[in-house]
Design a protein around this ligand. Structure first.
Ligand SMILES: C[S@@+](CC[C@H](N)C(=O)[O-])C[C@H]1O[C@@H](n2cnc3c(N)ncnc32)[C@H](O)[C@@H]1O
Length: 248
């Protein structure tokens, strides 16, 4: 998909294996469910990906649907959620206004330059009292306190992540979504190694930090390459889930 850093059509084949698998999915789904109001009957999981998280959003009385823009991701999700997936861009959902009780978006807003449009669309499809639950500040949760973080943090802080909670929150409020207490979950298996971080850097994941400045990217790669224990994962991150309630 051209709008995201990663090509999820290609990622689908190894996505579940490389993103913490079932332990991460269970942690994410459990955290989302903690924030869904007791009486909610419908939930749309935006950017459901392979449906690994979505299929775990199960609760009596709650009907769960998944939407994603990538064919390959959605094919796997369709096997997990038969008849309950739709291919859709999160900016243009094929749903009427005020038709859902809850919308979730795990690991979506940090990927796209148009996070505000997604928030606005979620606001449109939510009923009064409905909730939007979304990961925010995702990349800032990585490697916290580690030697990798020491190297990345100055650049990370200077860059403006698209899922920054201090930007998303006022934007949500402008679209009728008031902030409410959120929660967090453990990103099992998501602690980075120096070698993997260099690989991410080389694949363009951090490209927005450099604006084509290859010398700075090379210097960062060299600093990461000099760290000890190149293949030892640092601590698992704790990802933040924000919650917003649709005003009546
Ligand atoms: C990191 S994956 C997250 C998948 C899933 N939520 C999870 O936690 O495993 C990001 C997903 O966002 C989807 N995506 C990216 N941009 C999108 C958009 N504009 N509309 C809908 N889905 C999108 C990708 O296809 C991919 O499946």
């Amino acid at each position: 998909m051209a709008d995201t850093v990663l090509d999820y059509e290609a990622e689908a084949a190894h996505y579940d294996r490389t993103r913490g698998g079932v332990p991460r999915a269970e942690a994410a789904a459990g955290a989302v469910l903690r924030l869904v109001p007791a009486g909610a009957r419908t939930l749309l999981d935006l950017a459901c990906g392979t449906g690994l998280v979505t299929e775990r959003l199960t609760r009596t009385g709650l009907r769960v649907y998944g939407a994603d823009a990538a064919h390959a991701m959605l094919r796997t999700a369709a096997g997990r959620l038969p008849g309950r997936t739709v291919r859709a861009d999160a900016r243009r959902l094929p749903l009427p206004d005020a038709s859902l009780d809850a919308v979730s978006a795990v690991w979506l807003l940090h990927l796209v330059p148009f996070a505000p449009d997604i928030v606005a669309e979620a606001a449109r499809v939510l009923r009064p009292g409905g909730v939007l639950i979304a990961t925010v500040d995702k990349d800032a949760a990585h490697d916290v306190g580690s030697d990798i973080d020491e190297i990345l943090r100055p650049l990370r802080s200077a860059a403006s992540a698209s899922d920054r909670s201090d930007l998303i929150t006022p934007h949500a409020a402008a679209h009728g979504l008031d902030p409410a207490p959120g929660t967090d979950f453990t990103g099992h298996g998501q602690g980075g190694t120096p070698r993997d971080t260099v690989r991410k850097l080389r694949s363009g994941y951090f490209a927005s930090w450099f604006d084509g400045d290859t010398a700075s990217a090379d210097a960062l790669a060299a600093a990461l390459g000099a760290l000890p224990d190149q293949d030892r994962p640092r601590a698992d991150p704790r990802y933040r889930l924000a919650r917003f309630v649709r005003r009546g």
